[in-house]
Each structure stands twice: as structure tokens, then as C-alpha cells.
Design a protein around this ligand. Structure first.
Ligand SMILES: Nc1nc2c(c(=O)[nH]1)N[C@H]1C(S)=C(S)[C@@H](COP(=O)(O)OP(=O)(O)OC[C@H]3O[C@@H](n4cnc5c(=O)[nH]c(N)nc54)[C@H](O)[C@@H]3O)O[C@H]1N2
Ligand SMILES: Nc1nc2c(c(=O)[nH]1)N[C@H]1C(S)=C(S)[C@@H](COP(=O)(O)OP(=O)(O)OC[C@H]3O[C@@H](n4cnc5c(=O)[nH]c(N)nc54)[C@H](O)[C@@H]3O)O[C@H]1N2
Ligand code: SF4
Ligand SMILES: [Mo]
Length: 753
């Protein structure tokens, strides 16, 4: 590669290439690759000016990923049964000819809607991963895909319903101005939420600001940052939040002036909270019976939150990734509103939490268009299959920015069912082939065993991958892809931080691997589609993308430095303008105000999505009939040694903390399980076999199997890999959340082998 202008070290043998890591881990970090004789010999991270964007343990171990002996080395064609993982080596020409021929055949016989495009989160750069494939398939006439942000749909839905926007976050450093912080189902000590979050929380702690963690697990964040840990039964958070509102309303601790000026629907909500609507006052005692949190603890927390102003309630996405997730998330937004903690320094508008938005190309204030859109006549889309489709009736389609309302898609949880049933099951198309890029979907989508059936039923599957993942095993044609180190890209930040990473290519592609872009360049010629985009060089495309962003002023400088840190004059505080000058800055909701009672939801007339937030149960809840057989509630959290299933196969990461099912001492003893024993965790969707971690760090009644280890079923169908999604359910919440933290299970000692 050309290393002109790059830093040389020592005797000149070593070149330091400014590059980075950008998996979907909540980060995007600086790596400086020390390259000698075309090989990376070590990594450093950001040792430059504050704020430093320092890589985590996974990024530091990136050499083990690049030089892993199991990297896919050349294109392959399936020779065994689907999913068996038996392949033969073929040439690139053979592989690309076959993929192109299949695409043509499926398009001609069944139409473009029968092509399922499955873009995963593996690469978060602007250029590689699914992006070129999506562009190619659009030009080829389009494809079918799914809707529903697997990470956050409950939070997004609530955020849109209450504020009409997803831009509700503040700069992290603004937490230093808070007097009191609630971290609700949020564990940034493990799950990266922008690289500067944990360092900032350390400073918050040093300043003596009180932090409370509400989580069924005593997380690393509870251990490291918090003054108080409140364990809560999963999926019951809306009850606790409603009881806090009860205390705040009955004790007259709410901010009446704020409620009057900036919100609509308080009276309706108050009637529900006080029990005027349904004869059930939502007292702390009522909530204690549901949540297990003592009434006194709820009362004290409510008083502290309402009186220690400004206070920040950070409502994490984990509790919203549940069967009624949007109710929790809505209840949190309403609590921040009635206490007047919105739009002020040190406060925090619970919601989706985007602060800086490079994606929308400027940071400024958190607005949608300001005007509701009229989508009733069809939604425009650059994907021809979706263009002009009518909105889904259960979507917030009148609001712009955030919700994905096309009826041409099926929900994320329904991909398997849609493959199997097609139009006869009410889905938009009959799917014949899948194009899978940067996604380990069999592992990462709910109900893995059903997914096996679905993937086996398709005519053709093509996968772009770096490793033989659980999903790659299902490919008919498997194309080897290179890593960040072997191509260039730009990473925008994850949610709230103002910076970009420029990932300079550090080494040549290993083996026969190619970038996703290179693959599309070759394929697009065979598909006879426009070459305007695909004829451009990588550098020209990145330069062009940069030119479209207002905050990238000097492409060449960013490329040379490997990082662009954007100077923000003052901390971002979402809704500052709406609060300071409401006349000229309405909220982008239908009413122009914060909607405690949401007009759009009221129009839906669906008791499962009420217009005010309510506590609602469901079929896999602790008190459902199913709990007689499967009495434990399963959490499937994100894990510190992986980004989802990426890094699963990295030896240093497996050594750092082995995979295990967290179970409380009480539940373990009842079942004769000791720490380290092999256990089966199962329900009517499947069975996994992994060691037990018996610990006081999880509350009784709850089991945690972190998501992301690779599905590896034995001949009896027992998953020895311990993939959490063997147990999760493929039914969305009414607002579209993927219920990965709402599955009932049983645990028993594994049979002796
Ligand atoms: N290390 C690492 N970091 C990551 C990722 C990763 O894979 N690895 N993934 C990134 C991505 S894409 C995302 S979307 C985010 C996800 O970030 P989060 O959604 O915040 O991560 P989780 O670990 O799933 O959940 C956070 C906490 O919620 C708790 N929780 C779960 N259910 C409930 C509940 O019903 N009530 C309450 N009160 N708490 C509950 C869990 O115990 C957990 O401690 O993380 C990002 N950061
Ligand atoms: N039970 C349960 N399941 C979950 C979650 C949960 O909380 N609980 N969380 C969900 C969330 S929030 C998310 S975001 C999803 C993520 O799920 P996925 O999008 O499937 O993400 P990964 O599992 O990381 O798989 C990404 C794959 O991309 C590959 N890859 C990396 N870089 C590239 C590249 O440049 N090109 C190509 N072609 N491939 C590349 C990696 O090797 C990896 O196998 O998982 C979801 N699944
Ligand atoms: S895995 Fe994520 S947090 Fe870790 S170094 Fe890579 S981008 Fe940063
Ligand atoms: Mo995610």
C-alpha cells in the first residue's frame, strides 16, 4: 500500500497506520496499526487530545481477528446439506457467475420482491458491509427486507409518540451538571454506549453525584458507578414508573408550570395513575406486588427524583426489548416530563437518546420536519419494491424521522415465518432467495430453531462473511470478505458523540478475500446495471460521502489523522429551544407539545397500545399460565467480550469471561445445581446446554444467558453453543419491539455424559 505521509517509527521498518474498529458495539474507536513487512505487529489506541476515543478490550485484540486461522480464505460452494457446513473451494469467477445467474433467475421467475436482503450490523462504516449490496440490489429492481430496529424499536416508538423525534439525548458531559441520575436497565460499563460514556460516569462518581441502577442483575455498572442498586422483576418497569408518578402526583411534587405549558394529556394520565379510570390506584404497594421492589424504596426514589432537580433518568433499551417494551419506555418519557427535567442542563429527556447526529449531517436541535407528513398516499422509497407502498396501520406514519412505516416489509421477528408462509401467511411476498451480508441472523434473530427450518426451505442463499458462523453454514455460495484492516472506510459515531474515525487500509487483503464493495463491483457488471457508482474508486466514494456532510470540512486531513473530533461550542441538550422559546419551536408531534396522551396512538384504538403509558402483561410474563411449566424469566443481555456474535471465536475474549447461564443461589439450590455445573436451559422453542454461574448478582426468578455465542446443535437438537435465541420468541410487541428479554424458561441439571 502507499504509506506516503504516514508516520514512520524507529528505524523506518514500522509504519503506523491510523485506522480503527467499527463493529456494532456501541463504539467506533481509534486503532493505530503498527505495520512491519505488510503485517500488523501491534495496535495502539487514541493517545491524543481529549476526548480520547480509546478502544476496548476487543479492539485491542483485533490482531487475533485479522490473523485468525479460521478466516474464510476463498469462495466456496455448498456440497453437503444446508446448514451442515460442507463446502468445496471454487474460483471467484465461478462464484460470481452463479450468484448473478441465480439473481436473474429469481427476478425473472418470481419478481424482485422474492429476494430477501438481510443487512446485518457487522460493519458500521459508511461504505462496506451491506451498503454496496443494498445499492446494487436497488438498481437491480429491489428486494424485500424487514422493519423494526432490533436494538431499540420499543424506545424509538415511545420517543416518537411522546416527542415526535428520536433526538432526545444530551452530551454525556452534561451529566456532570445533574444532581441525581437514574440508570434504568443501562449497563454502559459493559455495553459500550459511545466510548466516552464510562470515563464520564467515572467523573460523575468522583464529583459525588448520586447514581441509582435499576436492573434485575447487579451489573458492572451497579458495582462501579452506583450508590444504590434496585433489583426489579423483568418486564415490570412500567409498573414501578407508574407508581413513582403516583407518589409525585399525590405529593404534589410534579412541575405544574411545565406540565401546563409544554404537555398535553396530563389529566388523562393522572386519572389512570390515581385509579379514577379503572378503580386501581397505582400505589407503591400495588407496584411492589408486581415488581418485588419494596413500596418504601419506590416512594423514596420518586421523591428524590422529583426534588433533586436537575435530574437525569436514562432509560436503557434493554427493558424496552420486551414483550410490552414501549409501555416502559413511554412511562419513562412521561416521568421526565412531569418533573420538568426536559430541555435543561443536567436533566435528560428519556427516549431514544440520540444527541449528536452525524447521520442527519448536523447536530443542531432535535427536530423532525416540524410538520407531520401525509403518507396516506404512499411512501416514497429508493427501493423499487417498496416505492409507493401504503403505511402500516400500526405505525406512527404521520410523524417524520424515525419510524419505518412501509407495509411492504415484514417485522424483524417474522422473517422466518414469512420465508415459510409467504403471501399465504399474510406477508408481502413469497421469498425464494436470501442475500445475507454482515449478519449472523440464524444466531441473532429470535427463535433460532424455526430459523433453521426457514433457511432450509429457500431456493438459494448467498452470504458475505469473514468466518464460518452459524449463518454462513447455511450458504449455497459463501464469499470471503476482508476486515477493516484490509480496506478503507469512515465510521460515523454510534449515537451521541461528535466525531468520525477514518479507517485507513493498513495491509493488503489476506488470502483471496475481497471487500463487499469489490464483490459488488464485479457482480454489478454481470447484472448489467448502471456502473456510475461501482466504477468509482473507494477513495472517490468516501470523498463524495464526506462532501455530503456539513461537519466534515477537510477530507484529506481526516484521512491523515484517522480521526476527526468535532468541536461543539456547548454541551448538546435536546429540546433546549422548545423549552426556551416554545412559540417558535413546537415539538414535532401532532399537537406541537409533549404528548403524555398521544393523539396518533389514540387514533389506532388498540388497547394493547394505549394512548397513555400503562402497565400491561403478556403471555411470557412472570404471572402468565405458562410460568407454571417455565417459571424463570430469561434475560439475553449484551456481553463485554463480544459485539453480538462478532468476537465469539477470539481466544483472548473467551478466556476473559467464559459463557455461562447466570442463576441465583436460591434457584440453583432448588434444582441441585452448583456453580460450574452443566445445566440445560429450555422451553418449548428449544434447549441449550452450558455451565451455570451461580451468583448473588442476579435476582431470584431470573436467568441470564448473554446473547451472541454461536449456535451449535448436537444430533439431538440440543444447542451446545448456548445461543440465547434458541429460547426467545418471534412475536413483536404491539409497538414493534423485539422481545428478547421476555421468554419464560426452566433450568435443570444436564444429563451426565
Ligand atoms: N460490549 C458490548 N457493547 C455493546 C454491544 C455488544 O454487543 N457488546 N451492542 C451494542 C448495541 S448494537 C446495542 S443495541 C446496545 C444495547 O445496549 P442495552 O440494551 O443497554 O444492553 P443490554 O445488555 O441488552 O441491556 C442493558 C441492561 O438491561 C437489563 N435489563 C434487561 N431487561 C430488563 C428489564 O426488564 N428491566 C430492567 N430494569 N432491566 C432490564 C439487563 O440486565 C442489562 O444489564 O449495546 C451496544 N453496546
Ligand atoms: N437474544 C438476543 N438477540 C439479540 C440481541 C439481544 O439483546 N438478545 N440484540 C440484537 C441487536 S441489538 C443487534 S444490533 C443484533 C446484531 O446482530 P447481527 O447484525 O447479526 O450482528 P453480529 O452477530 O455481530 O454479526 C455480524 C456478522 O458480520 C460479520 N462482518 C463483520 N464485518 C463485516 C464486513 O465488513 N462485511 C461482511 N459481509 N460481514 C462482516 C461478522 O463476522 C459477523 O458474523 O443482534 C440482536 N440479537
Ligand atoms: S469493539 Fe467497539 S468499543 Fe471495542 S474497540 Fe471496536 S469499536 Fe471500539
Ligand atoms: Mo443493537
Amino acid at each position: 500500500m502507499n504509506t506516503d505521509g504516514m508516520e514512520k517509527k524507529g528505524d523506518g521498518d514500522v509504519t503506523i497506520v491510523p485506522t480503527g474498529c467499527c463493529h456494532d458495539c456501541g463504539g467506533r474507536c481509534v486503532l493505530r496499526a503498527h505495520v512491519k513487512d505488510g503485517r500488523i505487529i501491534r495496535f495502539e489506541t487514541d493517545n491524543g487530545a481529549d476526548p480520547q476515543i480509546r478502544a476496548c478490550l476487543r479492539g485491542r485484540a483485533y490482531r487475533q481477528r485479522v490473523y485468525h486461522p479460521d478466516r474464510l480464505k476463498y469462495p466456496m460452494r455448498r456440497i453437503g446439506n444446508r446448514g451442515e457446513g460442507k463446502f468445496e473451494r471454487i474460483t471467484w469467477d465461478e462464484a460470481l457467475d452463479e450468484v448473478a445467474a441465480k439473481l436473474m433467475e429469481v427476478k425473472n421467475r418470481y419478481g424482485n420482491a422474492s429476494i430477501l436482503f438481510n443487512p446485518g450490523a457487522g460493519n458500521q462504516g459508511m461504505l462496506h458491509g451491506p451498503i454496496p449490496v443494498g445499492l446494487m440490489l436497488q438498481q437491480f429492481g429491489g428486494f424485500t427486507r424487514f422493519w423494526g430496529g432490533v436494538s431499540y424499536e420499543g424506545a424509538l416508538f415511545a420517543s416518537m409518540a411522546t416527542y415526535g423525534t428520536i433526538r432526545t439525548g444530551n452530551s454525556r458531559e452534561d451529566l456532570l451538571d445533574s444532581k441525581f441520575i437514574i440508570m434504568w436497565g443501562w449497563n454502559p460499563a459493559n455495553t459500550i454506549w459511545d466510548p466516552e460514556t464510562s470515563p464520564t460516569l467515572s467523573r460523575v462518581r468522583e464529583k459525588g453525584i448520586k447514581m441509582v441502577v435499576i436492573d434485575p442483575r447487579f451489573t458492572d455498572s451497579a458495582a462501579v458507578f452506583a450508590d444504590q442498586w434496585i433489583p426489579i422483576r423483568p418486564g415490570t418497569d412500567a409498573a414501578m414508573l407508574t407508581a413513582m408518578a403516583y407518589v409525585i402526583i399525590t405529593e404534589n411534587l410534579y412541575d405544574n408550570a411545565f406540565v401546563e405549558k409544554y404537555t398535553v394529556g396530563f389529566d388523562t394520565y393522572r386519572d389512570y395513575v390515581l385509579g379514577i379510570e379503572d378503580k386501581e390506584p397505582k400505589t407503591p404497594e400495588w407496584a411492589e406486588a408486581i415488581t418485588t421492589v419494596p413500596a418504601g424504596v419506590i416512594t423514596d426514589l420518586a421523591r428524590e427524583y422529583a426534588t433533586q432537580k436537575p435530574a437525569a433518568l436514562i432509560a436503557g433499551w434493554g427493558p424496552a426489548r420486551t414483550a410490552m417494551g414501549e409501555q416502559y419506555a413511554r412511562a419513562a418519557t412521561v416521568l421526565t416530563a412531569i418533573t420538568g427535567n426536559i430541555g435543561i442542563n443536567g436533566g435528560y429527556a428519556a427516549g431514544f437518546m440520540r444527541a449528536y447526529s452525524s447521520r442527519e449531517m448536523k447536530y443542531i436541535q432535535p427536530q423532525g420536519s416540524g410538520k407531520p407528513r401525509d403518507k396516506s398516499k404512499g411512501i416514497p422509497s429508493s427501493n423499487p419494491v417498496e416505492d409507493g407502498s401504503l403505511p402500516r396501520a400500526d405505525s406512527l406514519y404521520k410523524l417524520s424521522g424515525g419510524t419505518n412505516s412501509t407495509s411492504a416489509r415484514m417485522h424483524y421477528t417474522k422473517v422466518w415465518d414469512a420465508i415459510i408462509k409467504g403471501r399465504s401467511g399474510g406477508y408481502p411476498s413469497d421469498l425464494k432467495m436470501a442475500y445475507i451480508v454482515g449478519s449472523n441472523c440464524i444466531n441473532q434473530y429470535p427463535n433460532t430453531n424455526y430459523g433453521v427450518k426457514a433457511l432450509k426451505s429457500l431456493d438459494f442463499i448467498v452470504v458475505h462473511e469473514q468466518f464460518m458462523t452459524a449463518t454462513a453454514r447455511f450458504a449455497d455460495i459463501l464469499l470471503p470478505v476482508n476486515t477493516f484492516m484490509e480496506r478503507s472506510d469512515i465510521a460515523p459515531p454510534w449515537l451521541g458523540s461528535p466525531y468520525y474515525i477514518y479507517l485507513n487500509k493498513a495491509i493488503d487483503s489476506l488470502y483471496e478475500s475481497k471487500s463487499d464493495l469489490e464483490i459488488c463491483k464485479e457482480l454489478s457488471k454481470r447484472l448489467d446495471i448502471s456502473q456510475d457508482f461501482f466504477a468509482m474508486s473507494e477513495d472517490d466514494i468516501l470523498r463524495f460521502f464526506s462532501s455530503q456532510r456539513q461537519d466534515i470540512k477537510d477530507y484529506d486531513e481526516m484521512k491523515k489523522d484517522g480521526v476527526l473530533k468535532i468541536d461543539i461550542p456547548e454541551p448538546i441538550v435536546s429540546f433546549k429551544d422548545q423549552i426556551r422559546d416554545p412559540e417558535n419551536n413546537p415539538f414535532p408531534t401532532l399537537s406541537g407539545k409533549i404528548e403524555i396522551d398521544c393523539a396518533h396512538l389514540a387514533e389506532m384504538k388498540n388497547p394493547r397500545i394505549p394512548s397513555i403509558p400503562k402497565y400491561l402483561g403478556h403471555e411470557e410474563h412472570y404471572d402468565a399460565p405458562k410460568a407454571d411449566e417455565y417459571p424463570l424469566q430469561l434475560l439475553t443481555t449484551h456481553f463485554k467480550t463480544r459485539a453480538h456474535s462478532t468476537w465469539h471465536n477470539i481466544p483472548w475474549m473467551q478466556e476473559t469471561e467464559p459463557h455461562a447461564a447466570w442463576i441465583s443461589r436460591v434457584d440453583a439450590e432448588k434444582r441441585g445445581v452448583a456453580d460450574g455445573d452443566m445445566v440445560d436451559v429450555y422451553n418449548d422453542r428449544g434447549r441449550i446446554r452450558i455451565p451455570a454461574k451461580v451468583t448473588e448478582r442476579i435476582m431470584p426468578g431470573v436467568v441470564n444467558v448473554s446473547q451472541g455465542t454461536w449456535f451449535d446443535p448436537d444430533e439431538h437438537g440440543v444447542d451446545r453453543g448456548g445461543c440465547a435465541n434458541v429460547l426467545t420468541k418471534d412475536v413483536m410487541s404491539p409497538g414493534g419491539a423485539v422481545p428478547m428479554n421476555s421468554a419464560l424458561v426452566q433450568v435443570e441439571p444436564s444429563p451426565k455424559e
